[in-house]
Ligand binder design. Structure first.
Ligand code: GUN
Length: 293
């Protein structure tokens, strides 16, 4: 059984990005990312801070914009309009999920697709469907596919079950996995799927992206399967200083012994997501340079 080291592979991905960052800097361009956080959701705060910290480590410009939990739709839209117009910003990310009074779709639709480093805008979703490489692909799914590729896991012809159909992970991941070059046969399962455990037992690769602690148990997994755990859930843990620890959607202890390979939580998909966000920001800056030359 191999534990897939997301931290190590993310570091390799970032090393490649670093070269592109230096090349842009040599042309007088510093890639810039704006991260918008609405409200005080503790998990979102942690993710946003990790993204901003990584930008700093990589020598790219970042700005965290924090709006109060009762911010209005118009206030958020205005922030996005301003960021769309700002030269120093190449990438815009509005952390999800926003508070309930905010219509996330309207916000996403307003982001300039050329700055949509999350890949959530309909233009970029369309480009993903069409396998047009000029678009932006959502960071977590592209991180999962990169993790599989760099780990030498065969996807061509593999039966993959993706559990979860979200815009952030499940749907774009299914598209990436079935694309030319990756060539998996993909089944997307969700809360209404019948006999999920039996379906998953057919899978060579299982991707869990449902947000439920320990949802994927040993009876979901055939011997020798690969398991990718996208979940990041908090469980109370009095032995930890902060009072909780992070666990995935997979019951790791019982599943890992059956696997050919498995991602840990933390240290699996999470670092890949941040690495791919940096890559997307650098790509956005590079495309802008091309556009202006
Ligand atoms: N919330 C959880 N994952 C993500 C992500 O990749 N992007 C944004 N904007 N919000 C998220």
């Amino acid at each position: 059984m191999t534990i897939l080291d997301g931290k190590k592979i993310a570091a390799d991905v970032l090393a490649e990005c670093q070269e592109e960052i230096e090349a842009l800097k040599a042309k007088g361009v510093i890639p810039g990312l704006a991260v918008v956080l609405i409200g005080e959701d503790p998990a979102s705060q942690v993710y946003v801070n990790s993204k901003v910290r990584k930008c700093g480590e990589m020598g790219i410009y970042s700005r965290k914009i924090e709006l109060p939990v009762d911010a209005t739709q118009e206030e958020v839209l205005q922030v996005v309009r301003d960021l769309n117009a700002e030269e120093a910003i190449h990438g815009i990310l509005v952390q999800s999920p926003p508070p309930p009074q905010i219509d996330e779709h309207d916000i996403i639709n307003l982001i300039d697709p050329r700055k949509d480093v999350d890949g959530f805008h309909p233009v970029n979703v369309g480009k993903l469907v069409m396998e047009d490489p000029t678009g932006f692909v959502p960071c977590t799914p592209s991180g999962c596919v990169r993790l599989l590729r760099e780990s030498g896991i065969e996807t061509s012809g593999a039966n993959v079950v993706v559990i979860g159909r979200s815009l952030i992970v499940g749907k774009p991941l299914a598209l990436l996995l079935m694309a030319k070059g990756v060539n998996a046969t993909v089944t997307v399962a969700h809360s209404r799927t019948k006999d999920l455990a039996a379906l998953c037992r057919q899978a060579d690769i299982i991707v869990a992206a449902i947000g439920k602690t320990g949802f994927v148990t040993a009876d979901f997994v055939k011997e020798g399967a690969v398991v990718i755990d996208v979940g990041i859930n908090r469980v109370e843990d009095a032995t930890k200083k902060r009072g909780f620890r992070l666990v995935g959607d997979v019951a790791y202890d019982e599943v890992a012994p059956k696997c050919h390979a498995i991602t840990p939580v933390p240290g699996g998909v999470g670092p890949m997501t941040i690495a791919l966000l940096i890559c997307n920001t650098v790509k956005a800056a590079g495309l802008r340079v091309q556009e202006n030359s």
